[in-house]
Design a protein around this ligand. Structure first.
Ligand code: FRU
Length: 509
């Protein structure tokens, strides 16, 4: 693949060429290597002819493209989304001589039916053999897909969540051996329905103690006795902002039944480009769980200009560390922050650092950061509880075309943080929504507003309020973004502001 194109993300995963959608089969192997498979059409820049593409990484940022891992068997077949596990105890019987056997569980799509199949790998997930007695699960439906499997230790059982897509049902099945599956329960008609439920994930997730939001992701900050699970369900079409989005349900799981904590509807992202996220199999349940999502939307993913211009479509989101937080303001909320970016920093100290309450920063990074990728943060402290005022805005500019990608925060009242991609001109589509916003971001205990973000050629991701809110935003500039501006104005006396900007080394070129 050629990763030098002007729209090619430099620290995100994108396929060598052609069309990619959902992440699949994510697991950590016996050597600590992360495996990412993905829905892949290797013969076109639109969806169809689905295979499992494959890439591996030691750090979740530097990826090595691997040969396609699973091929359709016949014309008209598609290898649809699914998951992978390591069968350490050889429950499947495929691996009499090893503890690192890998089993992939995926949907076979044909015009007649969607069934669940398995394939096994003796070499840590690089090559697979399809099971001779496939399918392992079939209900005579054309809308039954996206199996995600985990191990449930208390009952020594495999657990699958799988979507009855157009019935708005997530089926929970159990198996001793990954070959025979027994229906255990259904989770149905919860939250937003959209037109289909897709890509369910059930994942054990550590929960933070109430007081630890400020420095969240160390084990001593997890509430040890709270064994929570997260059930994520992607919906498409019919997301509130159009097209596809992922919602999630915090709750408990007893091996057969998932019980949500409450009846609230929670969406994982306040923009539009985060779908079909998956959590890695094999991360200890006492640690933050790691997810990657498809950074696009079915409304326009097959139309975006990276196809004709650079021969590929879609990238994955940043790898994210996830825990559950539980505060009065954000009950049982999925907290997302990027996997540590500091190993990619271009310099030992930030490119820009400001501690002025009246920040006015103009950073030309055209020569200092060849990748064009930046990691930036803005923190404001001592925001008064009443009559807060002022703004903190950031802008990325393409000096050759005058395009800009903008965002900012209003300190007063219940006003929002906003993002605007409407002044970036390389893609014109009625569903490519310009503006996104989210409210209720000031921490009442610390009186702080916190923003962290990454810009990477054609992707912006922001993490607000320590990761309680996040957004994934594609944008397609005609010129190269090369200048960053950060400005605060009209803040109350005593408010402290700190801004940091770091350059990121390309992990691709
Ligand atoms: C979600 C999805 C899945 C399906 C796959 C096909 O984006 O529609 O339900 O398995 O994509 O590529």
């Amino acid at each position: 693949g050629d990763y030098t194109g002007a729209l090619r993300p430099q620290i995100h995963y994108s396929p060598p060429r052609d069309f990619m959608n959902d992440p699949n089969g994510m697991f950590v192997d016996a050597h600590g290597t992360y495996h990412l498979y993905y829905q892949y059409n290797p013969t076109d820049i639109v969806a169809g002819n689905q295979h499992w593409g494959h890439a591996t990484s030691k750090d979740l940022y530097h990826w090595t493209n691997q040969p396609i891992a699973i091929y359709p068997g016949a014309e008209g077949e598609g290898i649809f989304s699914g998951s992978a596990v390591v069968d350490v105890n050889n429950t499947s019987g495929f691996f009499p001589n090893q503890t690192n056997g890998v089993v992939a569980i995926y949907t076979l799509n044909t015009a007649q039916e969607e069934t669940q199949e398995i394939a096994y790998s003796f070499d840590d997930g690089y090559t697979f053999t399809k099971y001779a007695n496939n399918p392992v699960l079939s209900i005579n439906s054309t809308q039954f897909r996206d199996p995600k499997v985990i191990w449930y230790g208390e009952t020594s059982s495999w657990v699958m969540v799988v979507s009855y897509a157009q019935d708005f049902v997530i089926g929970i099945y159990t198996s001793p051996d990954l070959k025979s599956w027994t229906h255990a329960s259904n989770f149905s008609h919860h939250g937003l329905l959209g037109l289909q439920y897709e890509c369910p994930n059930l994942v054990p997730i550590p929960m933070l103690t109430n007081s630890s939001l400020a420095s969240p992701l160390t084990a001593s900050n997890f509430a040890p006795d709270l064994n929570m699970y997260l059930l994520a369900i992607s919906i498409n079409p019919g997301a509130p902002l159009g097209g596809s989005i992922t919602q999630y349900f915090p709750g408990t799981f007893n091996g057969t039944v998932f019980t949500p904590s409450d009846s609230a509807t929670r969406i994982a992202d306040f923009a539009k480009d985060n779908y079909a996220g998956q959590w890695f199999y094999g991360i200890p349940s006492s640690e933050p769980q790691i997810s990657i999502a498809w950074a696009s939307n079915w409304q326009y993913s097959q139309l975006v200009p990276t196809g004709p211009l650079e021969g590929f479509r879609s990238a994955m989101s940043l790898p994210r560390r996830n825990v559950l937080a539980n505060t009065t303001r954000a009950p049982y909320t999925l907290l997302s922050i990027p996997v540590d970016l500091s190993p990619l920093y271009t310099t030992p100290s930030p490119l820009a650092h400001s501690t002025s309450a009246n920040t006015s920063l103009l950073l030309d990074y055209s020569t200092t950061v060849p990748s064009g990728a930046l990691h930036f943060s803005l923190t404001a402290r001592n925001i008064p509880a009443a009559n807060a005022s002022g703004t903190a805005n950031f802008t990325f500019l393409a000096s050759s075309t005058g395009e800009s990608l903008r965002g900012g925060f209003y300190f007063g009242g219940d006003t929002p943080f906003w993002i605007d991609r409407g002044h970036v001109t390389g893609f014109d589509n009625p569903f490519f929504t310009d503006k996104f916003s989210v409210t209720n971001l000031i921490d009442p205990d610390t009186r702080a507003f916190r923003l962290e973000g990454v810009i990477d050629r054609s992707l912006l991701e922001v993490f607000l309020d320590g990761g309680l809110r996040s957004a994934t935003v594609e944008f397609f500039p005609q010129g190269k973004m090369d200048t960053m501006r950060v400005a605060t104005a009209g803040l109350n006396p005593g408010v402290e502001v700190e801004v940091e900007v770091w350059g990121l080394e390309s992990t691709w070129v």
